[in-house]
Design a protein around this ligand. Structure first.
Ligand SMILES: [Zn+2]
Ligand SMILES: [Zn+2]
Length: 348
């Protein structure tokens, strides 16, 4: 056997011996940056684990832990336990306070980049829909909002297809409220109320995208109007996303419906079926406004009297007891760059 062939085989065998399996190696580079949380199975309060700082960074990123004096430690401490309980309440999980299988599964899901709660807010323990801090909304004399696709050059989906997706997503909200939406093109797009663009990595607003999965998109509270999507995602704009070959496929219309909710003033909901729930599974379509979404948006703008959505809401037995408690919670508005930079300080 030639020496070079022997060397190659030996090298290959050595690599096999010394390359740990990806499931147990916390610092590999999976396509999903949060799949490493699965390695926290069995980790309990008082335990030390090298992935705990990553979990604390995640919970800090989405508003559950304040910024530490120094780096996050690898101890499962009481602050983490409290943050975990709050996370479980906000994500509609059983409040076990432990890193159970359901919690680790949801932690690993791709999600919206908008935080769930403001650090140090009194809103923990909330349920169902929420509004941003100060309950911002579009002014009452503005019931027709214009939107524009301003930056789509970084993805391969054609513009016509994108226009159809976003038009359908906006129509779902206008059916439930007194708002209407009109797409505008250049030069009117310079003055659009809402601008939609796809970006990679750091795109200048302190909320850098993180590549495939992780955060999928984010949008700013009224009346900012900016809606940004991570160009690195495997976006599906046509066809059946549940049958997509790409395991990381993300349904564009589902994310669009969710982010439009933010643009109109809704924060995240802990109702798992709501479109305003923070996380979205891959190869999943979730575009229908649920009762919780409808109640939330109608609390800001009133109902559309011609809408089946409105009558659905009235006929629902769950609404007969009145509007659910509105979140005293303040979901952070990403408008303040200073706040945003603090929030991203410990992003994974
Ligand atoms: Zn969101
Ligand atoms: Zn952005």
């Amino acid at each position: 056997m030639p020496f070079t062939t022997t060397l190659l085989i030996t090298t290959f065998l050595l690599l096999l011996c010394f390359t740990p399996p990806s499931s147990s190696f916390p610092f590999s580079f999976p396509s999903n940056p949060w799949s490493l949380f699965q390695n926290l199975t069995g980790c309990n309060p008082g335990d030390y684990n090298p992935i705990i700082p990553n979990l604390k960074s995640y919970l800090h990123r989405f508003g559950y832990l304040p910024s530490p004096v120094s780096n996050f430690s690898d101890l499962f401490d009481s602050d983490l336990a409290a943050a975990l309980l709050s996370y479980q309440r906000n994500l509609g999980l059983p409040t076990t306070g432990s890193l159970d299988a359901d919690t680790l599964s949801v932690l690993s899901l791709p999600r919206c980049g908008v935080p769930d709660i403001t650090p140090n807010s009194s809103g923990r323990g909330r349920h169902l829909y929420s509004y941003f801090a100060g309950t911002p909304s579009w002014p009452s004399d503005k019931r027709v909002l214009t939107y524009a696709l301003t930056d789509t050059s970084s993805i391969s989906i054609d513009r016509r297809t994108l226009q159809n997706v976003f038009a359908r997503a906006f129509a779902r909200w206008s059916a439930a409220t007194t708002l209407n939406f009109t797409e505008v093109s250049p030069p009117d797009s310079d003055f659009a109320d809402i601008t939609i663009g796809f970006y990679r990595g750091d795109h200048g607003d302190g909320e850098a995208f993180d590549g495939v999965l992780g955060t999928l998109a984010h949008a700013f509270s009224p009346t900012d109007g900016r809606f940004h999507l991570d160009a690195a995602e495997a976006w599906v704009a046509t066809g059946d996303v549940t049958a997509a070959e790409e395991e990381n496929a993300v349904d564009l219309e589902s994310v669009a419906v969710h982010e439009i909710g933010h643009l109109l003033g809704l924060g995240h909901s802990s109702a798992t079926e709501a479109v305003m729930y923070p996380s979205l599974r891959t190869r999943t379509r979730k575009v229908e406004l649920m009762k919780d979404d409808v109640e939330g948006i109608q609390g800001l703008y009133g109902g559309n009297p011609n809408s089946g959505v409105d009558s659905m809401r009235r006929s629902s037995p769950e609404t007969s007891g009145g509007v659910p408690e509105r979140a005293a919670v303040t979901v952070v508005a990403l408008v303040a760059t200073a706040v945003a930079s603090v929030l991203t300080e410990f992003v994974l």
